[in-house]
Design a protein around this ligand. Structure first.
Ligand code: MN
Length: 236
């Protein structure tokens, strides 16, 4: 038993609120962070609307998504999303799961989500889509079991995000700020792409531009984060 890095807790509280502030999440959706001092553990809020999350609501989980401290309060049903992605992707420090509406058209059609602008270059040559029917055809769209979580992690592969048919998205990053930034940009990119598709054939980022964006990834990501964090923490 140990105490987490206070900055992890502060940033994870901020991440919950930033994602709501930017319209990525509403009442549902969740964001977790790996404990860098203990990489087999991660932190996630108890089941509650993300905009209300404070430090006291954050709980520690193992990679089987069991709470480390017994007698935990009501928990998010879809914790396996976080545990199985952290297990499959040692490079991932933060997982955002949302039902971001702008992305749903790209979850439920064959139109790939593709990068419209330079800062969306991480989307690459089209975001993968997870279809839960490939794992389990019971009709339940939620990712609650370890098997479903592993299926989602497989669809995610080495990508920074994975769309979920009839459901939403997971976005990951090597830091809380990177995952949050990607989640916010994915939403904006989806809206831009839907607008552009109405006008005619769309000129997406080229191969060279996507490669350039990958080289520059991590450059100047702090400016947005610093502003967004200040904006939400002032409201607590
Ligand atoms: Mn969900």
């Amino acid at each position: 038993m140990h105490s987490p890095d206070p900055m992890l807790i502060e940033d994870l509280v901020a991440a919950n609120r930033i994602l709501v502030d930017h319209g990525v999440m509403q009442a549902y959706g969740h964001v977790s962070a790996r404990d860098l001092k203990n990489p087999e553990r991660y932190w996630l809020a108890r089941a509650m609307p993300p905009v209300l999350v404070t430090a006291d609501d954050l709980l520690e989980f193992d990679l089987d998504s069991r709470p480390v401290r017994p007698a935990a309060p009501k928990l998010y049903a879809e914790r396996a999303i976080h545990g199985e992605i952290f297990r499959a992707r040692p490079d991932v420090v933060c997982v955002v799961h949302s039902h971001c509406e702008s992305l749903i058209p790209f979850c439920n059609t064959d139109v790939k989500l593709r990068p419209m602008v330079g800062n969306a270059g991480f989307i690459g040559h089209g975001a993968p889509v997870f279809d839960i029917r490939d794992i389990d055809d019971s009709g339940d769209m939620n990712v609650c079991t370890a098997e479903q979580g592993r299926g989602l992690a497989r669809s995610l592969g080495a990508h920074p995000l994975c769309l979920m048919r009839g459901h939403g998205v997971v976005v990951v990053g090597a830091s809380i700020r990177e995952a949050v930034r990607r989640a916010v940009i994915s939403d904006a990119n989806a809206r831009l792409q839907l607008q552009a598709l109405r006008l005619g054939p769309v000129k997406y980022l080229t191969e060279v531009e996507i490669a350039y964006a990958a080289k520059r990834s991590g450059h100047d990501t702090d400016r947005g984060w610093d502003l967004w964090k200040k904006q939400v923490l002032e409201k607590i």
